[in-house]
Design a protein around this ligand. Sequence first.
Ligand SMILES: [Zn+2]
Length: 579
Amino acid sequence: MRKDPLPLKEMGEEEKPECLSCTGPKPKPMKKLLLCFLFSLPFFSIIGQTIPPERIEKFKADVLIEVEKNATLGQQINDMLFSFSELGFQEKETFTYLTTLLEKNGFTLQREVAGIPTAWTAIWGSGKPVIALGSDVDCIPKASQKPGVAYHDPIVEGAPGHGEGHNSGQALNIITALAMKKIMERDKIVGTLMLWPGIAEELLATKAYYVRAGIFKDVDACIFTHVASNFGVNYGDGGYQGMISVKFNFEGAAAHAAAAPWRGRSALDAVELMNVGWNFRREHLELTQSSHYVISDGGDQPNVVPSKASVWYYFRERTYPAIKTLFDKGIKTAEGAALMTDTKFTYEILGAAWPAHFNKPMAEVTFANIKKVGLPKWSEEDQLLAKATQIEMKAKVQGLAIKLDTMGMPNPPGVVNIMGRSLVSLAGGSDDIADISWSVPTIVLTYPSNIPGLPGHHWSDAISMATPIAHKGIVAGAKVEALTLVDLFTRPDILKQSWEYYKTVQTKDQQYIPLVGEKDNPAITLNKKIMEENAPKLKPFYYNPARYKTYLEQLGITYPTLRADQKEAIQKLTTSPQK
Ligand SMILES: [Zn+2]
């Protein structure tokens, strides 16, 4: 069971900062010495629970300036990760680049955490509170796309690409952390920053293992950032489905498919029968479930009865017990298929995610900061790219967001009444940040770096991700995150309330029971072959910031690039606006 954040460490004699660091309002001569002394000590330990609001405002103003100064670095990190285009568990270039960068900037690195070769933590500072900043880094299969081009034009045909925008979150977190570090050093603010990456998020495959490895055991709060097309933060039930990712491996016996088929027992038949069985079963499952599969191994060639075949399922539901029930039904269906084909099967868990629950006090503080920062100012070129992409994808032609979203309210777990039965509300999508949200007060801050109305997990979602749209979104997001960090580091009442909410509301009736067992291991070989094939093709296109200001410049792309018909369609829209 977690405790409240520990009191901040007392400062030893040798740590006493110089009065030079005082930047507060000028005190009157008589009180000067005392005030200077007060301001120069770690805030929580000397002033107890309160720092004058004007002092906090000064920190905030200063940290915003520092974030602005880091805008170019943010652009470089973003464009670099975009160019690496690495799939989950194979984020090798990303790993080397980010860990080197953070180490150079004074962070202490722990590499290959939780038994995952591309995972790491980067820690700076000392004492409590410990605030974690996380964001995903993996990309999407077959989503390679030139940035700034409003139609399908891959950098490398068939290669992975950032068709989700996970190249941007670490850029945001790092420029925030560096800005915050500067302010904390200057003003001797006590506390610790911990940066970490969401590895293989698209496979929902690591964060439960981070929790199991105890990476968050000393963390007091976690801010997770995720790309979107507007700012956002919510609390309570996150509206996610939890899920379990399972591969069923069937084993039969090989035989000549034409000369002696009666001697064979087809593992592929078992896979197909399992899928047929599951598809019939769907009609009689709760309406809140969703499940999908791919045949990850269907045999080698038609004239050999497949002795081995595998099918990979995602079973999604809205609550932990419902996920377990759905998974059990999946196992039963596999048993049935094995029985029908005289084959055997085993299964392996490749990933898992809980339904999420986000922290109310943290969300409220963050939302206030979103309102302060506001959306970036989009240029005409940005809007043009967005509209042309929306036309291309047959989405509503609305351009980029110019109005802030409201704060997300809880998706009430319950209350859809169907035929007198109370069902939890429907939802879609999962994120394994959920597992962390059950371990420590957590929020997800979404920031506007993408174009509204796109399908998601698609090459079109990569179009904006190494352009000024993403770059501006990162800086705006970093400002919100930095302001929130100032709040968390200087106002212990917020963390106290966050833990109260965690204990008395979030975990009152629900305890976290991991979906991954003690014997399960991170599926670190996933995507290995695909990346081995594609990394050499992508390498010539890796971003070189020493030679090119931006990745757009390196690729020689005119921003934005539109086809003649797209330009014409936009022209028509401006003369006769959409109804
Ligand atoms: Zn994502």
